[in-house]
Design a protein around this ligand. Structure first.
Ligand SMILES: C[S@@+](CC[C@H](N)C(=O)[O-])C[C@H]1O[C@@H](n2cnc3c(N)ncnc32)[C@H](O)[C@@H]1O
Length: 314
């Protein structure tokens, strides 16, 4: 692990303001990364506050373990296990705020050995959790063309999915794909248009990364669990980096904040009463990075921050 890699946290002020940190509150940072957001939360917390952190990347957890603050603890796991974690720490229904800062950290992107970067050569790995799961190389070598097309279309919205998948098939007849730049060269051969603003391998790498790490399923399941973990008035803030993620978050917040539409004067059925009761969230905000932040940290360009609050009644 390269100790010199820095990760500039995205929309930190907006995130801290959105969470409305309570002096002695309980918070969960589900995506610790290099701890940028966690450190800001700790600065705001009083001496009886508590911050629980999670990351599925062992390197991030090793960084977190160096924080010697009694109010802080970190575990190595997926955030889809957040409910188990909350149960074992006896904080179900007691948490003031939960934060998700999705995607990959600079620690992961800039370490060529992790295989996330399409700019540096390295083993085609892409697993966020280095201790389990299948590598991108193993997946691509064993998958058929149909499956590869499906993944590139669904998780990368790649227009040239078919061409890329057929080029991959031809290449695999001669040799297994083991390195990042091998895959980049295959993609470059398959894509006719050159967009000087976007790397041709960007969408394919995003798609494989999302698929390998089951990123969308992870978010989906963790979001639903936050409703059980938060206390009434507690807040959930999510920073996402692409439309596939943001769609899930928007849908989740809308679903739990929309009341059933009952026409005036119409008798309400049991089913409709139940529907009324599932309106659990109040949407607080949707924020974008400022122009100044984008200038300083281009990685923030595509980020969207959304916050919702668990309603106090019910
Ligand atoms: C964008 S970085 C977070 C950066 C962090 N907020 C900071 O200030 O340094 C995302 C982190 O979330 C972790 N991550 C992504 N998906 C995860 C999941 N399903 N469970 C646990 N950690 C996850 C990644 O390993 C990565 O370290």
């Amino acid at each position: 692990m390269n100790q010199n890699i820095k990760h500039i946290p995205v929309m930190t002020k907006e995130l801290i303001d959105s969470l409305q940190i309570q002096d002695n509150g309980i918070y969960i940072d589900t995506t610790f990364g290099l701890g940028g957001h966690s450190i800001e939360i700790l600065k705001k917390l009083g001496k009886n506050g508590k911050l629980y952190a999670i990351d599925k990347d062992l390197n991030s957890v090793l960084i977190g373990k160096k924080i010697t603050d009694q109010r802080f603890c970190i575990i190595h796991d997926s955030f889809s296990k957040i409910l188990n974690y909350a149960k074992s720490n006896k904080i179900v229904g007691k948490v003031d705020g939960i934060l998700f800062d999705l995607g990959v950290s600079s620690l992961q992107i800039e370490d060529y050995k992790r295989g996330f970067s399409f700019k540096k050569n390295g083993p085609l790995d892409m697993r966020m959790n280095q201790t389990c799961g299948i590598t991108a190389s193993d997946w691509i070598n064993k998958s058929d063309t149909k499956k590869i097309i499906f993944v590139l279309k669904k998780f990368g919205e790649e227009r040239f999915a078919k061409k890329i998948a057929h080029e991959i098939k031809d290449y695999k007849r001669k040799k297994k794909i083991k390195e990042t730049l091998e895959l980049v060269n295959i993609i470059k051969k398959s894509i006719p248009i050159k967009n000087i603003f976007k790397h041709p391998a960007r969408r394919t790498f995003q798609a494989i990364r999302i698929y390998i790490n089951q990123e969308l399923e992870e978010i989906q399941s963790a979001l639903e669990d936050t409703l059980k973990i938060l206390k009434p008035g507690g807040r959930i803030t999510v920073i996402s980096f692409h439309s596939l993620e943001d769609r899930i978050i928007k849908k989740f917040m809308t679903k739990h904040s929309t009341k059933a539409q009952i026409p005036c004067g119409m008798a309400i059925t049991e089913k409709e009463i139940k529907k009324l009761k599932i309106c659990k969230l109040k949407i607080i905000n949707r924020l974008f990075p400022t122009y100044e932040e984008i200038q300083k940290n281009p990685r923030s360009r595509s980020s969207i921050l959304r916050t919702a609050e668990l309603k106090k009644y019910e």
